[in-house]
Design a protein around this ligand. Structure first.
Ligand SMILES: [Zn+2]
Length: 646
């Protein structure tokens, strides 16, 4: 450890007290000699280093007063160059401030100044699960100062400031612009897997499979061979191993794909909420750029009545009039899409944006007969007389205008699922396996359609230069947390989705482990197509490899009285039930991927850090106002059936 005079030689003039040795190797930011020129350079470098954590903002969030944009403007810099009030944090005499963050590379705590008269401002740091140790002391009052924060990069830490031993009137201190700063990382090598098609805007296709869990696909590790077409597609594309949905039900998740905004901000969450006209959607961006835009969807939850046709020249909800089945299967979607693709070629050669929303794996689980024997071999066992009676009663309650398939009592039918939801059917491992198999057979059927779709693109010479994205809106639960289907929790079985992106010209497959999410699709697509947006979007483009920094995923659900939000950061996931009081759960996904061991009480530092991430996310932008959804009666009937008779 260096003593006080040595710390002065280090080029940080104001810090006082014991400073740890890593100060000397603060990535060359700090001069090592007494040379005043070098000292000035070291201080300037630190002042100019990137603010990785804005501690004043965090202090405001911790007090429940997020600094909004308006406040930042009205409390902006005062005449004479005084920093805005939002940059100042008070600490009372005898008081303590805690901050939580992931430790950046070569980090330092910096302050532009400390005002006031606290005798001693001690700084400590404690890594999650580790021991607290003293970092150093700040001079109060004093000018610019910095304390290096040594420790393992990326660890979640609690940084604490204590105003101690006040012998000058108990006035505490004001910290001016406290921050954690880190030098800029070296510029990342620009690897462009896109290999953009020389100047010509690419065709852009999003093929979405409603309710498809990532782990059913061979490319994501399933051994059953359910998805040969998707697996082959992935061999020549970029597969994101850790992709997340922003919500666990269709409308909220697809709105995030269309707008690049999280559900808290796009506002289309509840059944009676539509997507606002103020939202700038992918289709609108493409339409403005001269693309032809077409959507073929099989789920009325993303229909024109709820704002999802914005920007589409053509947008068809298929099967709305068909009461024999709840949704059109993907082979019939292909028929319509192939016909559109063929006619398009006759009209002109303009680039197109095509959105396909297929529905096969969505409940009810009713795979075509040819897919049952190979993929759904496990029977679920016999029904009791009481169970059969309940099923028949439930099926009898379904609108009689629907066909016999919809009003069936077979395993996986609407009545069956309703009986499971209401506890009328006993749950056994065999019954769970039977439903998983039927679902898997539907996935296999969809895969065949996807294969046919890719083959048609290739036949038309459209595949090579197109940007093709294969993904899902959300996953599906099979009793992992005591429930069924989706739109009810934010556990991973409902949030983990496939995301496979074939960039224009891409021929070699790539697997990427960094976290990706639905809000990343809009910035990715816009970048590849070389287009501009007018709106602000969340998410980040996936064109370039991430630099390994952990990325944060926020998901949100507000449906049928269930309100939840979650954040995933590194291996940790916090799920908060939005109620009074909130009901938080914390999981370490690396050690406990099934999310069964709640660590909230055991890991307070991690929990506090993740709660702050959520608070910062909530305060980060203004939400669009969702207009009321006006569903047509026919649509309402189908949506009600899809909403499980509720
Ligand atoms: Zn869905």
């Amino acid at each position: 450890m260096l003593n006080g005079p040595s710390s002065l030689r280090s080029g940080i003039p104001a810090a006082r007290g014991g400073l740890p040795a890593p100060l000397l190797i603060l990535l060359g930011l700090l001069a090592l000699s007494c040379n005043s020129e070098q000292r000035a350079t070291g201080e300037r470098n630190l002042r100019e280093a990137r603010v990785t954590v804005d501690l004043a903002t965090q202090a405001a969030l911790s007090r429940g007063r997020p600094p909004t944009r308006e406040r930042a403007e009205t409390t902006g810099a005062t005449p004479g160059g005084q920093p805005a009030a939002a940059d100042r944090v008070e600490i009372a005499s005898g008081g303590r401030l805690d901050f939580y963050f992931r430790l950046p590379r070569a980090a330092a705590l910096t302050l532009d100044a400390v005002e006031g008269a606290a005798a001693r401002l001690r700084v400590t740091m404690r890594p999650a699960g580790g021991r607290e140790r003293t970092v150093g002391e700040l001079v109060s009052p004093g000018g610019f100062q910095a304390l290096p924060l040594a420790g393992k990069r990326g660890r979640i830490v609690r940084l604490s400031l204590f105003a101690e031993g006040d012998d000058r009137g108990g006035r505490g201190a004001v910290l001016v612009r406290p921050a954690v700063r880190s030098p800029e990382p070296p510029p990342a090598a620009s690897a462009d897997p896109a290999g953009r098609a020389g100047g010509r805007p690419p065709h852009v296709i999003v093929y979405l499979v409603d309710t498809l869990r990532a782990d059913l696909l061979g490319a994501y590790g399933d051994p059953r061979g359910l998805s040969p077409a998707v697996d082959r597609f992935a061999e020549r594309a970029t597969l994101f191993e850790n992709a997340y949905a922003q919500s666990s039900w269709t409308r909220a998740a697809v709105a995030s794909i269309f707008t690049g905004l999280g559900p808290r901000f796009h506002g289309a969450n509840r059944r009676d909420e539509a997507l606002s006209d103020d939202a700038e959607t992918l289709a609108e961006i493409f339409h403005r750029a001269g693309y032809r835009t077409a959507g073929f969807v099989t789920n009325g939850n993303v229909g024109p009545e709820v704002g999802f046709a914005q920007g589409f020249g053509r947008y068809n909800v298929l099967g709305e009039r068909d009461l024999a089945e709840l949704h059109h299967l993907s082979d019939r979607v292909n028929e319509r899409v192939f016909s559109w693709l063929g006619r398009r070629a006759e009209v002109d050669d303009a680039p197109f944006f095509l959105y396909l929303h297929t529905m096969d794996p969505h409940a009810p689980y009713a795979p075509p007969p040819a897919y049952r024997p190979p993929f759904a071999p496990r029977p679920g066992g016999r029904l009791s007389a009481a169970e059969l009676g309940d099923l028949e009663r439930l099926a009898g309650g379904i609108d009689r205008r629907f066909g016999p398939n919809v009003r069936s009592v077979a395993p996986g039918s609407l009545a069956w699922l309703q009986a499971l939801h209401s506890g009328l059917l006993a749950v056994s491992p065999e019954r769970v396996a039977e439903l998983e198999d039927l679902y898997a057979a539907e996935v296999a059927f969809n895969d065949a359609s996807f294969g046919a779709f890719i083959a048609e693109l290739e036949r038309l010479g459209l595949y090579e230069d197109a940007l093709v994205i294969f993904t899902a809106d959300h996953g599906e639960e099979f009793f992992e947390h005591g429930g069924w289907e989706h739109g009810r929790t934010l556990y991973d079985e409902q949030l983990r989705i496939p995301l496979i992106v074939k960039f224009p010209g891409q021929r070699r497959g790539q697997r990427r482990a960094e976290v990706a999410q639905q809000v990343d699709l809009l910035p990715t697509v816009v970048e590849v197509a070389g287009l501009a947006t007018t709106g602000e979007h969340g998410g980040s483009s996936l064109v370039e490899d991430g630099d390994g920094a952990p990325r944060t995923v926020f998901s949100y659900l507000d449906l049928d009285g269930i309100r939840l939000e979650s954040v995933v950061d590194g291996s940790y996931k916090l799920i908060v039930g939005i109620s009074s009081p909130p009901t938080p759960e914390l999981y370490d996904l690396a050690a406990d991927p099934g999310e069964t061991d709640d660590l909230f009480a055991e890991r307070p530092t991690v929990a506090a850090y993740l709660e702050l991430l959520l608070a910062a996310h909530r305060a980060s932008r203004t939400a669009l106002v969702a207009p009321p959804a006006a569903a047509a009666p026919r649509l309402r009937r189908k949506l009600k059936a899809l909403g499980y008779l509720g």
